[in-house]
Design a protein around this ligand. Structure first.
Ligand code: HEM
Length: 402
């Protein structure tokens, strides 16, 4: 059956938005916001699509990414719920305080020079190439090297960790997986954790005290964290910092190059780059949705969400809500981007926001300086939805003069 947005049956037939592989979810979001800003899809999952509702749910401690304790045992083979994003209350505060120094001004300033050097190297290599794949050549390299540096992993390990983290990425994306795919994702994830464990077994935490791996080891020795909890949180930092940044680079560049006036404005005034990056993040978020379970019955907008029910705040829909942003489908550098929900909101808002920004800002400055004639190559450039994540697997760019 084909269901159109104008179809009165659309609501009752609404498929699960997450995992449908939609290349352009924005028309569906617009319909939802206007007609059913809080509704249930065909599988019974609640979808929140207005900016006000998404913000409210993210800030409400009665909703958690972790399922509430219940009689039904939760399948948590990976110790998933030990990751920071699934923690609540004091346990969550404790982990967040522990991780905060990794993202301090001082720590990020130390990473800036590394990021600039990496970008200079990557862009230099492509300088005489008339056409390249932004994802393969830059977006999938820079974030993994940055995250390895942040974690204290040797740069040479990046590719190995990357391969082994694919399974965890699939698991955390919320995309529907067949049992065999799920098993293979778990096997890969265990391989990642084993590699990290064998690496940290060989390091002296006093030799590099500022690195994340050393800080985790110290915390473990003090009895502040268990081995499994440490490993899954290192894994979380890796996938949170890698895949999201990769997708954001592609989404940002694609949107910018589709709006030649915006690209020209940046060429004319590169001082606009920080504003541009904020606006590009709002316009096409890499994380389109997050997941929350109600820990008690909650009444919202005259509807009752019952304890244990799953709610999906659609960040991508909230970011295009005309009630929060004028002409939300347009890219406007001058807009007040403070309300963007790309990095979440409330207690679990993203810790790596500044680090992600640094990478895209630095990359844009370099591309504007060295490849001002960049444009999208003709032909389809297909954006994919991997569960709640959204971006390009491949984005071919070319030089106008090439
Ligand atoms: C453009 C890139 C990024 C985007 C779009 C993004 C997005 C998000 C979002 C939406 C959340 C909230 C999840 C939720 O509420 O369930 C989040 C949490 C988080 N992000 Fe990011 N992120 C990005 C980059 C990074 C980087 C580079 C790091 C660093 C390693 C990072 C670390 C984290 C952490 C630790 C949390 C969990 C915070 C908590 O639970 O208290 N993120 N991110």
């Amino acid at each position: 059956m084909t269901v159109t947005l104008a179809d009165p049956d659309f609501y009752s037939a609404l498929p699960s938005i997450i995992g449908t592989g939609s290349a352009d979810p924005y028309p569906v979001y617009a319909w939802l916001r206007a007609n059913r800003p809080l509704c249930r899809d065909a599988s019974g999952v609640w979808l929140a699509s207005s900016h006000a509702l998404v913000t409210r749910i993210l800030e409400d401690a009665r909703f958690s990414a972790r399922m509430p304790p219940s009689a039904t045992p939760f399948d948590d083979a990976l110790g998933y719920t030990d990751m920071i994003v699934f923690q609540n209350g004091a346990e969550h505060d404790r982990l967040r305080r522990f991780l905060a120094p990794l993202f301090s001004r001082k720590a990020l300033a130390a990473l800036q020079a590394f990021i600039d050097d990496e970008i200079a190297r990557l862009v230099e290599r492509l300088r005489d190439t008339p056409r390249f794949d932004l994802v393969a050549d830059i977006a999938s390299v820079l974030p993994v090297r940055t995250i390895c540096r942040l974690l204290g992993f040797p740069d040479a390990h990046g590719a190995r960790y990357l391969e082994a983290s694919t399974g965890a990425w699939q698991l955390i994306s919320g995309a529907p997986l067949a049992p065999a795919e799920r098993m293979s994702a778990i096997t890969q994830t265990e391989a990642f954790l084993a590699q990290v464990e064998s690496f940290i077994a060989g390091i002296d935490p006093d030799a590099m005290p500022d690195h994340a791996a050393s800080r985790f080891l110290h915390l473990e020795r003090e009895g502040g964290i268990g081995r499994r909890e440490m490993l899954v949180n290192i894994l979380f930092l890796f996938i949170a910092g890698y895949g999201t940044t990769l997708l954001s680079i592609g989404n940002g560049l694609a949107a910018l190059l589709r709006a030649p006036r915006a690209w020209q404005a940046l060429r004319a005034d590169p001082a606009l780059v920080p504003q541009a990056v904020r606006e590009l993040y709002r316009h096409d978020a890499a994380v389109q949705a997050v997941f929350r379970y109600a820990w008690e019955d909650v009444e919202i907008d005259g509807q009752r969400i019952r304890r244990g029910e799953l709610v999906v705040p659609l960040l991508g829909a909230a970011n295009r809500d005309p009630a929060a942003f004028d002409a939300p489908d347009e890219i406007r550098f001058e807009r007040e981007a403070g309300r963007s929900l790309t990095f979440g909101a409330g207690p679990h808002s993203c810790m790596g926001l500044a680090l992600a920004r640094m990478q895209l800002e630095s990359l844009l400055r370099s591309l504007l300086a060295h490849m001002p004639d960049l444009r999208l190559a003709p032909g389809p450039q297909v954006r994919q939805q991997h569960g709640s994540f959204h971006g390009y697997d491949r984005l071919v760019l070319e030089r106008a003069g090439g």
